[in-house]
Design a protein around this ligand. Structure first.
Ligand code: AMP
Length: 430
């Protein structure tokens, strides 16, 4: 085959290959629609941003020492010499947009959601792709832990409503610029004597981003870090109270959660709350989604001082988890209501006219442009799942009628051409 899709980038198809049923456009739309419904119910409005941003936006916000910025971005230079990057995550572009459009001036509490593609040049595997889609929300303008609880509960409800019943919520606090530096030093002190035994990544994280060592999956490093001092013990009064308050709200909302003292996320901008939701059905890439608070990000990107909190949920992981949990769902019926079968050249011409009329009346309809025989056309009607077949042959043409065949009941009747639309509509009611 001369071409295939770029490595670890998926095609989502109306007829997905067996074994990859989750790559079905109908399923994607179903999940997206559930997400939109939940977001609307919680007062979040949709935002769409370009697929590219200036590279510096991600360097500034996500952070130079992160894996994403240091090794995973798809960068390009445009003809004007601008450095651009395919967006690796959804929050920074939203922050850029709300600053650019001064949205906080008119909406001091701003609640947004998005569905968008992210690009990261990662080592691919099942559940980890170089292009993935995230369903995200971002809420700006309040530092109230009740808003953290709302955002978290929204994600939990979404998963519950699409049937992911084995979800587990982990929460942590990553502190703030007041309390984090002291913890960072403490962690470095703890790790220093065993640093030479740790993986190459952790050796460089030790220098540039020590907190990310807590996230390391290398077994020996995990063992070393299991005894590390806990961030939660180093929080300042403000961060400590924020975390306690968040937990009280989650309890009031009956949202079960576990404290994960080593949960840190892959971006530098997080402050205070960090959370992740996992599912057992996902194997090693078990994170369905995650997020956290980013109280300094808007200001760091050149906007007003405005706190924020949000999350990104992985679409592919969501569908893979639904698959492995055996969740059945009705995707939108894309079968045509009506299929037209024409026998002979003049009948074909009449059928084309009728097809246009039926579609114009808002009814989905199709016909065959390949097969000539009655049998071939009927076979296609069946394959497409049409409920009603309309047949026009020489006899029907002469008599000014159309033969109807209900594919469900095999019932047949003859309908005058002028009454076809009306009759289709009344069949749909039956
Ligand atoms: P992050 O933006 O890294 O916080 O990730 C949020 C969620 O997006 C993760 O929990 C995953 O579900 C999903 N995700 C992140 N990176 C990938 C990837 N490379 N492939 C598929 N899903 C991903």
């Amino acid at each position: 085959m001369p071409f295939s899709s770029p490595p670890y980038m998926n095609d989502v198809l109306p007829y997905p290959p067996s074994g990859n049923t989750w790559l079905h456009t109908g399923r994607w739309r179903w999940v997206e629609e559930r997400f939109r419904q939940v977001c609307r119910r919680y007062g979040y409005r949709e935002i769409r941003t370009p697929i590219l941003e200036l590279t510096d936006l991600f360097v500034r916000s996500v952070g130079e020492g992160t894996d994403i910025v240091s090794k995973e971005m798809f960068n390009l230079v445009d003809r004007g010499g601008r450095r651009l990057t395919l967006k690796p995550e959804g929050t920074a572009p939203v922050v850029r947009a709300i600053i650019e459009h001064e949205m906080l001036a008119a909406h001091p509490l701003l609640k947004l959601y998005y569905i968008g593609q992210n690009f990261r040049n990662e080592r691919g595997q099942k559940g980890r792709y170089r292009q993935h889609q995230q369903l995200g929300v971002e809420a700006f303008g309040s530092a109230d832990p009740a808003l953290d609880a709302e955002v978290i509960e929204l994600a939990v409800r979404f998963y519950r409503e699409i049937g992911i019943t084995d979800q587990q919520l982990q929460i942590n606090s990553v502190g703030c610029p007041q309390c984090r530096p002291a913890y960072r030093e403490e962690l470095k002190q703890y790790v220093k004597p065993t640093l030479s035994e740790m993986c190459g990544d952790c050796k460089s994280r030790y220098e540039v981003n020590p907190l990310r060592m807590l996230d390391c999956k290398a077994p020996h490093d995990v063992e070393i870090l299991s005894g590390a001092p806990k961030l939660l013990d180093w929080l300042c009064e403000d961060c400590g109270e924020h975390f306690r308050s968040l937990r009280r709200h989650l309890e009031v909302m009956s949202v079960p959660h576990q404290i994960a003292p080593q949960l840190v996320r892959g971006f530098d901008y997080y402050t205070k709350t960090a959370f992740e939701i996992t599912s057992g059905g996902l194997g090693s890439q078990n994170a369905l989604g995650g997020g956290g608070r980013y109280d300094g990000l808007v200001e760091d990107c050149g906007g007003p001082a405005a706190p924020g909190i949000g999350f990104g949920l992985g679409m592919e992981r969501c569908l893979i988890a639904m698959d492995s949990l055996g969740i059945e769902f009705e995707t939108e019926d894309e079968a045509p209501a009506v299929f037209l079968v024409a026998l002979g050249e003049s009948a074909k011409s009449a059928a084309v006219g009728l097809l246009t009329k039926i579609r114009g009346a808002g009814i989905s309809a199709d016909m065959d442009y390949v097969g000539k025989s009655l049998k071939a056309q009927m076979r296609l009607a069946g394959k497409l799942g049409a409920r009603l077949v309309l047949l026009i042959g020489e006899n029907e043409l002469k008599e000014g009628v159309v033969s109807f065949r209900n594919m469900m009941t095999s019932q047949q009747e003859t309908v005058p051409q002028s009454e076809v639309i009306q009759r289709i509509q009344s069949w749909a009611m039956e």
